[in-house]
Structure formats: C-alpha cells, structure tokens
Design a protein around this ligand. Sequence first.
Ligand SMILES: Nc1nc2c(c(=O)[nH]1)N[C@H]1C(S)=C(S)[C@@H](COP(=O)(O)OP(=O)(O)OC[C@H]3O[C@@H](n4cnc5c(=O)[nH]c(N)nc54)[C@H](O)[C@@H]3O)O[C@H]1N2
Ligand SMILES: Nc1nc2c(c(=O)[nH]1)N[C@H]1C(S)=C(S)[C@@H](COP(=O)(O)OP(=O)(O)OC[C@H]3O[C@@H](n4cnc5c(=O)[nH]c(N)nc54)[C@H](O)[C@@H]3O)O[C@H]1N2
Ligand SMILES: [Mo]
Length: 669
Amino acid sequence: MNHYVGQEKLTLVAPWTSLAFALDWVKPPRRQQSPTWHYVNSDQWRYEGDFTDYAAVPPDAKWAKGHAMDLEAKSVRLGWMPYYPQFNRSSLDLVTDAEAAGASDNQEVVQKVVEQLKNKETRFAVDDPDAPENWPRIWMIWRGNAIQSSAKGSEFFLRHYLGTHDNVTAEERAAGKVKTVEFREPAPRGKMDLVVDINFRMDTSALYSDIVLPTAFWYEKNDLNTTDLHSFVHPLGEAVPPVWESKTDWEIFKAFAKKVSEMSSLAFDGPVKDLVATPLAHDTPDELAQTQVLDWAEGETEPVPGKTMPHLAVVERDYANLYNKFISLGPNVKTDGVTGNGVLVPVADQYDEMLQNPVGGSPDPRHMRCVEWGDEKYPSVEDALDAANVLLAMAPETNGEVSYAAFKHEEERTGLQLADLADDVRGVRMNFLDLTRQVRRTLITPCWTGMVNEGRAYSAWCINVERLIPWRTLSGRQHMYVDHPWYLDWGENLPTYKPKLNPYKTGDIVNSPVDDNCLVLNYITPHGKWNIHSTYKDNIRMLTLSRGMDPCWINDKDADKIGLKDNDWVEMYNDNGVVVTRAAVSSRVQQGMCLYYHAVERTVYIPKSQVLGGKRAGGHNSLTRTRINPVLLAGGYAQFTYGFNYWGPIGIFTRDTHIVVRKMEKLEW
Ligand SMILES: Nc1nc2c(c(=O)[nH]1)N[C@H]1C(S)=C(S)[C@@H](COP(=O)(O)OP(=O)(O)OC[C@H]3O[C@@H](n4cnc5c(=O)[nH]c(N)nc54)[C@H](O)[C@@H]3O)O[C@H]1N2
Ligand SMILES: Nc1nc2c(c(=O)[nH]1)N[C@H]1C(S)=C(S)[C@@H](COP(=O)(O)OP(=O)(O)OC[C@H]3O[C@@H](n4cnc5c(=O)[nH]c(N)nc54)[C@H](O)[C@@H]3O)O[C@H]1N2
Ligand SMILES: [Mo]
C-alpha cells in the first residue's frame, strides 16, 4: 500500500500496519527509526567530536555530555530506540546456541541472551558499527528517494555506503571521543553490496542503484492512497496494464516472497526460531518503565527485558511458507484485532465474514475471496485488489461497524460514552468498486481525532476537546513540562531557547575556504512549493518556469556585497559537500540566509565545482549532515517513548547548517 513518509499518516492505519508489517502472522515487527540508523551506518558520527562542542547544555550535566554516538548506543541498550542489525551474531544462531546450552523454552532462551549481553559475550551491533559483521549489506529503497534527495548528509552516503566519488572535505573527529562505541580505522567505504530501487521514475536513488525494479504508475495499478489530513479515501485504478517490464509494487514484493520460499530449503530444514529486540513502546505500559535513567551496562541496575532494556521475544520464521503467508490474511488479526495510534480495533467478526467468501476466482473490485493452503482457509490478499478490499473491510474509516466496535472498546478504556459518535455510520461499508465510482469520505474513528460526521471538515484534536478523551500524554492533558531526569539534565524540561549553532564548531566550515569574495550564510531547504519532494519538478514545464533548474535564493543586499547579479552562477559549499547553481537574487529573502528548495535531482543539472578542483557537484543534501540531538533519544517514559513514524531524533534542521556562497568564474559541465 502507498503511504507518504513524514507526518502524513495513512488513514487506514490500523489494518494497514498489520498488513505492511505482517503482524497478521508474526509479532513483534522490526521497525527502525531512520535518522539514528543512517547517522550510525553512513558513519556520519565519525565526523563529529563531543556534541557539547556546538550544543549548549547546563553545567554539571550527568548525561548531557560526550559523544552523541555513545548516547545513541545507550539508547539502544536501555530500550529507548530500535537498532538493526541487533547483535554481533545472527539472531537465529543466538536461539539455537541457547537451546543447545540447555534452554528449554523461549523464556530461558531470552534469559541466556540477557546473561550473555550482561557479561559482554554477545554485543549489540550498535556498539561496534564498523565491524564487518555488524553493518548492513543490502539496501532496498522503496517509495523514497534517499540518495541526495531526502537523506541528510548525502556525500557521506556516497562515501560510506556506495564507495563512489564524494565531496566531503570534513575530517573525522570521533577518535578518542567515543568512550563505549568502538572506533575502527580506517572507516569502511562502500558498505552496501547491493542497492535495489523500486520506482516508476529514474530518480537520483535509481541512478546510484545496482538494480532498478520498474514499478507500475498510478494509472497502471489498483491501490489506495490516503492521509489523515484530508478526509477522502483515494483509489488508484488500473486504467491500463503496467507497461514493458514493470510490475505493481504488490507483485514485486510477492515475487520476492516467492523466491525466498523457493530458496529457503537451501538454508533451512523447516521453521526456525529468531530473537527479536524491540524498544519500549509508545501507547503501552512501557511509558512508565523508566522514571529514572539507570544503565545496566554501568552496573546501575539489572538488565530486565521490557523494563531496563529492550523487549526480547522469540518468534518463529517459516521461510518456506513466506509466500503462502504473503497471499493470506493471517489469524492474528482475528485473535488480537488491529491497532492504530494506540487504539485497539476488534475485527474478529469481519475476519469470520471474510472467511465465508469462496476460494479462487479472479480478483474483483466488488468481491472478496479466500485462499487455501496447509488445510486451512484464509481471506485472500493475493492480488492488490484483494488487499485493498481487506483493508477497507477492517478499517474503522471505511466500515462503520468496525468504527462502532472500536469506539465501544475506547469506552471501556476511557470510562466515557463515545460509541454514539458512530451510531449513524454503523451501516456504512465501502469496497474498492464504491471508491472508483464515487468520492467517499472517511468515517469517524477513535484512531484519529477529527470529528468528520455530517460533512464536518477534518481538524485534529476535536474529539479530545469536545468528548474529553485524554491526550496521549502522561497527565492526559496538553502538557509542556517533562519531569524526566534526562530532560532536566539537558535543561529542556520546558521548551527552551537554544542559541544558533556556530558553523566553525559544528564542523560545517573548517576546511572550506572563506575570503572577502564570499558570503557565509544560513542554509535553509524548505519544501518546494510546486513539487512534492523530488516528484513533479523535473518536467519541461516546471523547469521552464524555474530557470531550467533549482536556483538558490539570496537577499539583494547580501548579493551586492560580493557583486553578485541575479542569474549568476554560484558555488555553495561547506565541509560536507558542494552545490553549483544559479542565484535568484530577491529582496523577499531575508539577509543572512540562502534558500535552496528541497528536493534536487541529479537527473537535471549538476555542473562541476571549482573549489573542489573540477569534481562534479551535488544536490541540496550535499551540504547537510545528520546530527542527532541526544535529548530526543530518551524513551521508556511518558509520551516521549518510541513510536514508529512518531518519536525519535530528526536528522537535523537545515537551518543549523551554514554554507559559503561564491560567484563562479567559469561554468563547466
Ligand atoms: N534538506 C532537506 N532534506 C529533507 C527535507 C527538507 O526539507 N530538506 N524534508 C524531509 C522530509 S519532511 C521528507 S517527508 C523526506 C521525503 O523524502 P522521500 O520520501 O525520500 O522523497 P520523495 O521524493 O517523495 O520520494 C518518493 C519516491 O517514490 C516514488 N514513488 C511515488 N509513488 C510510488 C509508487 O507508487 N511506488 C513506488 N515504488 N515508488 C513510488 C517517487 O517517484 C519518488 O522517487 O525528505 C526529507 N529530507
Ligand atoms: N508543495 C509541497 N507540499 C508539501 C510537501 C512538498 O514537498 N511540496 N511535503 C509535505 C511534507 S512530507 C511535509 S513534512 C510538509 C512540510 O511543510 P512545512 O512544515 O511547512 O515545511 P517547510 O516548507 O520545509 O518549511 C516551512 C517554513 O519554515 C521556514 N523556516 C526555516 N527555518 C526556520 C526557523 O528556524 N524558524 C522558523 N520560524 N521558520 C523557519 C522556511 O523558510 C519555510 O518557509 O509539507 C507537505 N506538503
Ligand atoms: Mo515530511
């Protein structure tokens, strides 16, 4: 199913989460927080010293000091943030070895692994991220454009993930600074053995990939595309079949599942057991797990899974049946319901209803069907149409009875009367054909906070204000003050003014030449107004309207200082990389800043750089780098507990980035 990253969440979040992460078959899922993952793996941590070199914290801090990478490792071992790969050994072997050493059940397997972690026989991979056994080898980019377009610190990706040419002039500074994490020399380059991109567009990430899997465009497939911020469920309809070799995303992932199933007998005799570490989770009792910060690795407490460290669960992996499971809706949704934003949605009745459908037949926008294998019958998700109809049947936004049941469940949790909200929509059902025939709005649901009955526009938090459902905070109210010791230590227990970062101290401008012919400016990369990230910009019409490229915007008085005229070619650079483009000089831009819209593609224009001696320049994220604000690593307490796509450090605000801007003497392609 389609979804946008960022704050636009998929409306049908509860059933979608189940399907997307295969929770209908196996729990818990392995979900990662991306900025921290890339900070570690693309080795950007190696290029900074102590974060207090540039960030202001109160004096005499206990934790707010040292290297951010050490704090990242701490956040993993305390169960605050997820990290994969998990250990310095295969998580399958850990279980087999524990069993060979006498562990008779899953509980004992977990206990053995906890002991090994405590006496350091087994290590978390994050403690030694540049050890060959600990870094990831395969990177699959799907529905994103990570390389240059979205990921901060693009040039570090080129260097450490891909091993291509890069424009980094920064030096490594972490040696001797990291205390618990291993600093290996030299830093590995080209860590990824295989980069696969699934896209319908030749974007920048595709340019750098080993394999590009062409996917069907939006009029070549049946799919759903929705967000909570507007209240319609969008169907994408297959007007024509996918052209040439392209396949729908659903078919591509299904083909992967099939191949893995076919090949599994080469590695496994049957189902195997796997150990999964997951962080303390938002919207669960884990929010009260750590009222204090006690590190078991420093002897301050005992390691207890799900309390003082990550949850550890033993799960079964049945690779031979991966394909069968892919095409079937698993029984977990019947027993456990589906969950979205902390709200449990019971769907057992809908599961049983779906089981009444016939086995086989072709996918149909009106009808649902079942599949059979291993003597069992399951609702089918073999085709994207089946999957869309299954989602529509289980989502409170599109099945009024499900919404009613979810509100009933919320009544028990909150002690409030709520189900009346869904009284009038109990009879409403939507299937894929309904959506293609007529625009349909989503129904009211406790998974979201808007009140959309009777045509009312979606607006966040209405249910909390009007029906007094508690806010999802510790106090149940809107609250600003956080009494957690980690936040107190950083001086951020209340929203706090933090001074602008010094570019010479952050490492942005150390090796970059600065003289009277250039400007040092604050670098801002807001979202393009006429494009969505990297999409809809590189076509002839948009390029014609914007000088054939993305210009950088500079204030006229600033431009005067270095004799820069509108449309002149400039070089923008810092220690992270370099960009070559034209200057759009305008009094609408504030003095002291340089604005370069997100997101630039390498398919359009990338001239050569002069400051870097003729090397080809980069795009907007060539000038950024990921810096983790460690205060945001905290977890296991109140609303600041990890939630997928909700909580964790961001890459960086580009406004904390500084660049040097210089007029170009000679343009070279
Ligand atoms: N410097 C800087 N960096 C930023 C930001 C910034 O403001 N400044 N913003 C950040 C934010 S908030 C975000 S959300 C990210 C966005 O980052 P991304 O999500 O990586 O950016 P997009 O360019 O939207 O990438 C989506 C890709 O999916 C492809 N695509 C679209 N539909 C389909 C489909 O149905 N199937 C498949 N397989 N592919 C499809 C598109 O062609 C496109 O290449 O960028 C982040 N990075
Ligand atoms: N057209 C279009 N619409 C989009 C998107 C898109 O790519 N294109 N992307 C979608 C996504 S995923 C997202 S996350 C949202 C992002 O939408 P917004 O959150 O609105 O993000 P931006 O447009 O990047 O930045 C908003 C404004 O913040 C200003 N700004 C920069 N630094 C500072 C600062 O230090 N203080 C203050 N007060 N202001 C500052 C910028 O100049 C800019 O005008 O947009 C969504 N909508
Ligand atoms: Mo976003």
